[in-house]
Design a protein around this ligand. Sequence first.
Ligand SMILES: O=C(O)[C@@H](CO)OP(=O)(O)O
Length: 258
Amino acid sequence: MSKYKVILLRHGEGEWNKENRFCSWVDQKLSTDGVKEAQACGRLLREQGYTFDVVFTSLLSRSVHTAWLVLEAMRQEWVPVVKSWRLNERHYGALIGLNRAEMALNHGEQQVKVWRRSYNVTPPPIDQSHPYYQEIYNDRRYSNCDVSKDELPRAESLKQVLDRLLPYWDGTVGPEIRSGRSVLISAHGNSCRALLKHLEGISDSDIVNVTLPTGTPVLLELDESLRAVKPRQLLGDQVKIQAAIKMVEDQGKVKPAA
Ligand SMILES: O=C(O)[C@@H](CO)OP(=O)(O)O
């Protein structure tokens, strides 16, 4: 029986979503369309009568800004926003900054799909020679995490994302839900996929086919033990949502010549 409702949200479109580059732990801002998506998401949630008691975000600006814009559109700016690196996007290691369509051309679309959507495959790790290494690891936001900077990931499979996210879910988010607070999680494509895998009991092979569009609220209904009792519902215009999912999937394909 459904006991709790939780809204999971992938942030609005970021600048590098537009440029089709693996963004991951690089702190790109929302694009102009991404701002509009987040505002529209807030309006939709307001129209549908949602209210929140607490919002969880990652430490990356695009998920924080999305949460702010949603709350502003809902006229609930006062709601506390709690942030953790454990909700960050999956760490794409050495792939960070690379263009997906170019990668598909050089390595094949299948390999890019494996890197993007498989459960167990970890991309090659980032090292100090990578152009974004210093920017990520010298960032003050990672100075006060619950692990030291050296213990932060250098690349992650989806499984590794779930491994770092679960303690936060079990120890921080879950207890809020259980205490009756209504929760919004504003995170990223792959941190949301990892959480969905856990809550919906999706198999290692089926998770490959789960893709989330930006700025679209996902309603989850959970039972007593915080497991999904029915299929997730993506809220909004279903035709637009399917088109947005296809657009994200197609990012990993070779771009046809103009
Ligand atoms: O760039 C990234 O970090 C993610 C999306 O946020 O990319 P992908 O959709 O390829 O997993």
